[in-house]
Structure formats: C-alpha cells, structure tokens
Write a protein that binds this ligand. Structure first.
Ligand SMILES: Cc1ncc(C[n+]2csc(CCOP(=O)(O)OP(=O)(O)O)c2C)c(N)n1
Ligand SMILES: [Mg+2]
Length: 416
C-alpha cells in the first residue's frame, strides 16, 4: 500500500477507524430520525449529516488525556471519545439508562472522570471560555493536555466567543477551537451575519493562527487539526480551525430547510464526506470490498444491539426528578497534580507574586487624608485581621459562633 505522503501519517487501522466512526455517526443519525418519527425521541433532534468528517476528523487528533466539549452536531466526537451509540440513543429517548438518567432529552452530558468530556452549554459561545479555562487548569497542573471545542458559524458572532478567544490567546492556552462553517445559522446564511469570506480570519484579531480546511475531506481535516493540536501542545498557544462544510438537513427535525436553495444542496451532495472518503480509501487501496462490508456489518450489529438496549431501558421514575439536582457528596473535586506543587509556589514559581499594592492604591488620599498619615496607617487587611481576632476572643467558648467573621463585616464602615 502506498499512501499519499502525509505530514501526520495514519496507519491502515487508523484510516479504517476514521471510516468506522464517520459511518457510525451517519447510521446513528438515521436511526434517531426513525425513532423520532415513532415519537420515541423526547425533544429536539439535531442532525450532523454532512458534517461527519468535521466532527470525527478533528476529535481523532486528540489523545486520551485531552479534553473536548461537543456541540449538537458533534456526535462523531463523542463516539471517538468513547461514548457508545446506546448512550446517545438513551439521552435522546430520555431513558433511565442514559448518562443523565433521562433528565435531558438531547446531548447535555459529559464525563469528567474518564473520557474528559465537558457537557455542552446551550448558550452559544460559552464553551470557548470554559475550555480555555480547562486548558489553563491542565497546564497549571502539569498535565500537558490540549482542549478542543466546536462552534458554528453563527456562534462566532457571540460576545462569549470573542471574549473567550481573546482570553485563550492572551494566556497562550493549549486550546483548539474548531469553527464548523456549515453555511447556515438556523435560516441565516453566513454572508448575512459575517462580513468575511473566511471565518478563520477572525483569528487575526487575536494574534493567533487560523487555518481553513475542507471540512468534508476527513484526511484534510485530520492533518490541519493535528497540526493545530501539536502547536497548542508545544505551548505555542491556541489555534482556530475553520472547517468548511454544509448542514445537509434543517436546523432540527422541525425545520424542513425550505430556505436553502436546492442547487446548494446539490453542490454539497456531490461532496458528501462519506462518499468522498470511500472513494479515497478505494483509490489508495486501503481497503477492498471485504473490509468495507466487515465495517458496515459491525456497525449494523452494534446499532441493532444498542437500540434494543435503549428501548428496553425504562423512562425514569418520577422521584428521580428531585435527585441529583444538588450535589450531596456525589463527587469530590480534586486537582490531579502531575508535577510537584512546589514548582508553582515561591521561590520556584516562574512568576513572582505582584500583589503588593502600596497603601492599597492610596485610597486614603482619595478620602482627603494627609499622605503621611495614610502611609503610616495599617493596611486594610491588617485592620480586618485585628478586628476578627478580637471578635473571636469575645465569642463565648463552645458557642458555635464563627471564629472569624467575614471580611466585609470586619471592615470599618467608612471604607465600604
Ligand atoms: C447565545 C445564543 N443565542 C441564540 C441561541 C439559539 N440558537 C441555537 S442554535 C442556533 C443557530 C446556531 O447556528 P450555528 O452557530 O451556525 O450552528 P449550527 O446550528 O449551524 O451548527 C441559535 C440561534 C443560543 N443557543 N445561544
Ligand atoms: Mg452554522
């Protein structure tokens, strides 16, 4: 087998793996539509048909330790990260066996422990600052992780997107943002809301690299995103990858997408990501009919089994509604340090603490006190401390009164 030269080579198994995940995403999508029509799907159903190469090819560049936060059209990313079709089926069908126990009718679930998946946030753009934060946290703890999230063309027009990208860039966060430009944000075409030909150009505003890639060509998606991930992992900061693709269905099942010109569908249908990749695999002699049939039979078998499991899972009992709303010791949040803590503490810390603000910015001056008096006055913190100590002393022993009143309580009134 001689494959075209790739900067980031993929083995035969990996190439077939990509096909498996793309095809599984497509088949799962179609099964969900069938279940929707049988009234078994609770709530909205969002299709990712046409975007399989984009979701799978990007997520496939990550390592197990890395983190993702998927959006509605990234079922492929969830499958790559180790969720099974049954998890997604039971989510949409609101069954008790679902990751959220049937409390969410769509895809709002994650797995912070094993698969490193942050649950989607419906407010578009909000995952950008969140995943920037996860990237910064991972770096601080020495985990050498990269984080990734996806956002639609419409989502890039939100304030949260810009604030998050700016933060990521300023902090050199090991973060990759995939902009899935599928030509439509609900019924709004891209040109009606962004005055740019390439959404990747938004990266220039943050001083970071922006790549444009054919989102229907899984190999191209993988190569461009892998480069972005490597760059981020090397500590060179975030990268924005624009994946140009097409939403081949309406926004959700309720939307027949009558506003999309038929010739636009025709154009993109001829560029179907699965058909393109099948052709590529054949032309490059990666597979033969037997290998293709085996993958398809495996998908059929797995989906059949998972649909049976999902249908057999009951709807949640009514009393479940009040469970899990508040954490009652259900989990502990612990930092997983992968380097000595001493490295981030003085005197080893690379950044010296700069919190010493003389006289707290001379607030006393602003109040009209004489500078000399202000300079000799104890600082705010010292006063609060003194007050709290004395109040602790005056509390009767064993009274259960808090030993240290809240700092705001301790402040002299004039400084509030
Ligand atoms: C901040 C915010 N505004 C509006 C919405 C409602 N909404 C949900 S999806 C959507 C369209 C998103 O389009 P795009 O970002 O291009 O993603 P696509 O659906 O094409 O994948 C809108 C307007 C929302 N969820 N969040
Ligand atoms: Mg869109």
């Amino acid at each position: 087998m001689t494959l075209p030269e790739m900067k980031y080579p993929l083995s035969r198994d990996q190439l077939l793996d990509l096909y498996y995940f793309m095809k599984l995403t497509r088949e799962l999508d179609e099964q969900l539509v069938r279940l929707f029509r049988q009234n078994k799907v609770v709530g909205g159903l969002y299709s990712s048909i046409g975007q399989e190469a984009s979701a799978v090819g990007t997520a496939y560049t990550l390592e197990k330790r890395d983190w993702i936060a998927p959006m509605i059209r990234n079922v492929g990313g969830l499958l790559v990260k180790g969720f099974r079709p049954r998890d997604i089926l039971m989510q949409y069908m609101a069954r008790s066996g679902a990751p959220t126990g049937g409390k969410d009718g769509t895809s709002h679930f994650g797995d912070l422990q094993d698969r490193h998946v942050v649950s989607p946030i419906s407010m578009l753009g909000d995952l950008i600052p969140v995943m920037t934060g996860v990237a910064m946290g991972g770096r601080y703890l020495g985990q050498k992780i990269v984080t990734m999230t996806w956002i639609g063309d419409g989502g890039t027009s939100t304030g949260a997107f810009h604030e998050g990208m700016n933060l990521a860039a300023a902090q050199h966060a090991p973060f990759v943002c995939v902009v899935e430009n599928n030509q439509w944000a609900y019924s709004t075409p891209v040109a009606r809301q962004v005055p740019l030909k390439n959404l990747a150009d938004r990266a220039r505003a943050y001083g970071i690299p922006g790549y444009v890639v054919d989102g229907n060509d899984v190999i191209a998606v993988y190569q461009a995103t892998k480069e972005a991930v490597e760059l981020a992992r090397r500590g060179e900061g975030p990268v924005l990858v624009e994946s140009k693709t097409m939403r081949m269905k309406g926004h959700a099942q309720h939307d027949p997408a009558g506003y999309v010109p038929p010739e636009m569908f025709e154009y993109w249908k001829a560029r179907d990501p699965l058909a393109l990749y099948e052709k590529w695999l054949t032309e490059n002699k990666v597979w033969d009919k037997k290998a293709k049939d085996e993958i398809e039979a495996r998908i059929e078998r797995e989906l059949k089994e998972d649909i049976e499991i999902a249908e057999a899972s009951p709807l949640p009992n009514a009393e479940e509604a009040e469970r899990g709303v508040y954490c009652e010791g259900c989990h502990t949040i612990e930092a997983h340090w992968e380097r000595p803590i001493a490295e981030v503490q003085p005197p080893k810390a690379s950044v010296q603490p700069v919190w010493t603000v003389p006289d707290f910015g001379a607030l006393n001056n602003a109040r009209g006190s004489a500078p000399a008096a202000a300079a000799s006055a104890p600082d705010d913190g010292a006063r609060a401390e003194a007050h709290s100590n004395s109040s602790a002393k005056s509390a009767p022993a064993g009274s259960g009164a808090p030993k240290r009143p809240a700092r705001a309580e301790a402040r002299p009134k004039g400084r509030r």
